[in-house]
Design a protein around this ligand. Structure first.
Ligand SMILES: *Cc1c(COP(=O)(O)O)cnc(C)c1O
Length: 365
């Protein structure tokens, strides 16, 4: 069996260091925030090339608290990609604002900057690009449009740890950048975890306050905050895994090269990488109109695949009240019908990709 992703293998590779890190937290007596969380925040900010990082409970909270820290709420509109994981939209609607979808460039799967201006209204407050599948969105174009219209830029980088845009790592381009360390992400904890990074000291301080009951000083609550603190056990695990991240990204890149080379003459539509992008291949997503057949053939050959994502947010029951027509966003809809994610991960054996996965795909084409 070649699984889509093997999280147990990732743990086993670093088992001794992770076990030691967890034991260190247990022995420390600090079980909420404290030195381990602060150390991870400093290391993550440095890695991203941004001034501040604030550790949070998960990626959805990172998006939610970023929006709240920018005072975005009821009556506001936020531009989001029409094709993304639903968390991006849920954060916007969760603070009472309206997600306004913009279609992607089908070649990159990322929001098409040339379509953003047409979606801006007097109520628009922010643009929320997603670096989908680990490939950076076209940030300069997005930031330029946002600047001209007085909008904030909030990045959903939940799939793009270590990815670079025009040679600079993600983490400090927009006003605030939101991260998830869900176990399956490129930098994944052993449970839920998340963070924001920003170069804005006030924004960082506001998120840090909001995550801790709206309190800067114990028992003084300035705002109705939430409990969304990064767990120190997870912070300790993330510190171990952060040291391995670049190596693990290189292994993903090697597999991506194998796929791109091995499948170049197939009937599949392969990922397109713009020349300014250094993607980190959170997912390796191909497109085919014969997806069901391809997936069944690979399952038969004991090769795991997944679909990211089968139903675009505007067609989900969760957004029935927005009354968006299925055919209003035809690119998102078509991508949802055609995308297929191939096995990808740092612990995936390259020889299995070359000798089993690629030949099986070619056989099914
Ligand atoms: C994983 C993910 C999130 C949410 O992260 P959680 O930690 O699961 O809350 C948000 N946006 C995107 C694009 C994601 O992939």
């Amino acid at each position: 069996m070649i699984p889509f992703l093997d999280l147990g293998a990732a743990y086993r590779e670093l088992k001794q260091q992770i076990d030691d890190a967890v034991a260190r937290v247990l022995d420390s007596g600090f079980y909420i925030l404290g030195p381990e969380v602060e150390a991870f925040e400093a290391e993550w900010a440095a890695y991203c090339g941004s001034k501040f990082a604030v550790g949070l409970a998960n990626g959805l909270d990172a998006l939610t608290l970023a929006l709240r820290a920018l005072d975005i709420g009821p009556g506001d509109e936020v531009i989001v990609p029409s094709n993304t994981y639903i968390a991006t939209w849920l954060a916007v609607s969760g603070v009472g604002a309206i997600p306004v979808p913009v279609e992607p460039d089908p070649a990159t799967h990322n929001i098409d900057p040339t379509l953003i201006e047409a979606a801006i209204t007097l109520r628009t407050r922010a643009v929320l690009p997603v670096h989908l599948y680990g490939q950076p969105a076209d940030l300069d174009s997005i930031i330029e449009i946002a600047g001209r219209h007085g909008l904030r830029v909030i990045e959903d980088a939940a799939q793009a740890h270590g990815a670079a845009y025009k040679g600079q790592r993600l983490g400090g381009h927009g006003d605030i950048v939101c991260w998830s360390f869900y176990p399956g992400k490129n930098l994944g904890a052993l449970g839920d975890a998340g963070a924001v990074t920003t170069n804005d000291a006030d924004l960082a301080a506001r998120v840090a306050m909001l995550r801790n009951y709206g309190s800067r000083e114990k028992y003084f609550n300035e705002e109705p905050g939430v409990n969304s603190r990064l767990d120190p056990v997870q912070a300790a695990v993330l510190r171990v895994k952060l040291k391995a991240l670049d190596d693990w990204t290189e292994r993903r890149r090697a597999i991506a090269v194998d796929y791109l080379e091995g499948l170049k003459d197939s009937s599949l539509i392969l990922p397109h990488v713009p020349d300014w992008a250094d993607p980190v291949w959170h997912l390796f997503v191909v497109r085919t109109t014969m997806r069901a057949e391809m997936q069944a053939h690979l399952a038969e050959a004991k090769i795991g695949t997944l679909i990211h994502y089968p139903i675009p947010p505007h067609m989900q029951g969760a957004y029935a009240d927005l009354c968006l027509k299925a055919e209003a966003f035809p690119i998102a809809r078509r991508l949802a019908q055609e995308v297929l994610s191939l096995p990808m991960g740092p612990q995936l054996d390259r020889s299995l990709v070359k000798n089993r996965v690629i030949p099986e795909i070619l056989r099914a084409c």
